[in-house]
Design a binder for this molecule. Structure first.
Ligand code: HEM
Length: 417
């Protein structure tokens, strides 16, 4: 179904896993065709080994549709079906993955209020120095190894991992343990992380182990509070409400997974963009501090590390001329919205001066907008500032991409410096 040239919508199928192994230009062509359609196109659901095949989904590819659905959460639910992935969440997964990203208000708002305390500008400022020190140490070590390495392994994955673990008070000895498990959880169907014949068990074991780690730390923390997010979460008490141990476990899984896999891919794709666009590298180098904020937004726009999130209609409702029926699933393809020519002129061009740049890389307008967006921006900015200053000619080779429809991931990226 997905082999051969893509010239019309019937030439490809988003539910076919092979589509997500196709070269990027072909995927881009497919989404151009979807955006050119008068309304959203319906696809069968991808086959996944952990859930029954559902009724299918609408692929929302246009910026306008995604913004409208995002800002109508009272109709387009994150909770219905228990998942923001296309398949509904089977009950045995809910214990680990049923966190605020899969809730609607008022439950969502309650949890978000509790955890937001850890993401206030004051908390992020407190982290700033840690981010700088960590980035500087990563580049120190990189320069010692030279002249080349796997950039994902040696650079991109290390900063977000360290920061999220530090925030939670997880010791360095556990970093590898956490990283390996987040790789599994967001590994899509990639056999490097998930053995095809044992996928469900591998996934559930990884989740249970992460949950075990945080619950252990939380128990040890009681009576011995630390200056970390875990203590803040254990102590958080809003209008008499506290996080239960189960809520703490699934929130932790959400946080380490959302905080690691996404930021890492933004950093890796940033290096790729710099390599492919020497004019933009030169411009950025001419005023590193001045161009960094715009460059980071442009990296997140083009990288769109989170490809989509899914919603389910809780009643009949019309959006931009299309009537959705109660129970319809819609996948909001942020990656596609960020290439919509109705909003972004020359969308494939990496332009660090692009302004305005209202990309949807951190989600659409609505209650689920990325909680870690400020932190992610800081991490990517500090990492590139350090790289550009100390190894300005660093260049990427051919990326090895993750087999996933959900995360636009780079597993390995050779680099030279
Ligand atoms: C470049 C990096 C990142 C990208 C592209 C990204 C993307 C996103 C997107 C698209 C959503 C929206 C989910 C929805 O609407 O259903 C989201 C939500 C979320 N993100 Fe991020 N994220 C990034 C970094 C981070 C970091 C560093 C953290 C935490 C340390 C984080 C924590 C979260 C959480 C907790 C949510 C759920 C918010 C809610 O449901 O209210 N993210 N992120």
């Amino acid at each position: 179904m997905t082999a051969g040239a893509i010239e019309k919508v019937s030439d490809f199928d988003l539910s076919d896993w092979e589509f997500w192994a196709r070269p990027m230009p072909e995927r881009e062509r497919a989404f151009e065709l979807l955006r050119a359609e008068p309304g959203p196109v319906f696809f069968a659901e991808p086959v996944v080994p952990y859930a029954e095949r559902g009724p299918g989904f609408y692929a929302l590819a246009s910026y306008a549709d995604i913004v409208e659905v995002s800002r109508t959460p009272e109709v387009f639910s994150s909770a219905a079906g228990g998942s923001t992935n296309i398949a509904d969440m089977p009950p045995e997964f809910a214990e680990y993955f049923g966190s605020m990203i899969n809730m609607d208000d008022p439950r969502h708002a309650r949890l978000r209020r509790i955890v937001s305390r850890a993401f206030t500008p004051r908390m992020i400022r407190k982290l700033e120095r840690d981010v700088e020190l960590a980035a500087s140490r990563i580049v120190d070590e990189l320069l010692l190894t030279g002249p080349g390495c796997d950039f994902v392994h040696e650079v991109a994955s290390r900063l977000p991992l360290k920061i999220i673990c530090d925030m939670m008070g997880i010791p360095e000895s556990e970093y590898r343990f956490v990283l390996d498990r987040t790789n599994i959880i967001l590994g899509g169907l990639d056999p490097e992380y998930l053995p095809p014949d044992n996928l469900v068990e591998t996934l559930l074991t990884a989740a249970a182990e992460l949950q075990g780690l945080v619950q252990d730390l939380a128990v040890r923390r009681s009576g011995k509070p630390g200056d970390d997010l875990l203590t803040a979460l254990v102590d958080a008490n809003i209008d008499g409400e506290r996080l239960t141990l189960a809520e703490l476990g699934s929130f932790f899984i959400l946080l380490v997974v959302a905080g690691n896999e996404t930021t890492r891919n933004a950093i890796s794709q940033g290096l790729l963009l710099l390599t492919l666009n020497p004019d933009q590298r030169e411009l950025w180098l001419s005023d590193v501090d001045g161009y960094t904020p715009g460059a980071i937004e442009e990296i997140v726009r083009l990288a769109s590390p989170v490809n989509f999130m899914r919603r389910k209609a809780t009643r009949d409702h019309e959006v931009n001329g299309h009537l959705y029926r109660e129970g319809d699933k819609v996948a909001l393809f942020y990656w596609s919205a960020n290439r919509d020519t109705r909003v972004f002129a020359e969308p494939y061009r990496f332009d660090i001066t692009r302004s305005p740049n209202p990309h949807l890389g951190f989600g659409g307008p609505g209650p689920h907008f990325c909680l870690g967006a400020h932190l992610a921006r800081r991490e990517v900015a500090v990492m590139f500032r350090e790289l550009l200053r100390r190894t300005p000619a660093i260049a990427a080779g051919e990326p090895e991409r993750l087999l996933s429809n959900f995360i636009n991931g780079i597993k390995h990226l050779p680099c030279e410096f």
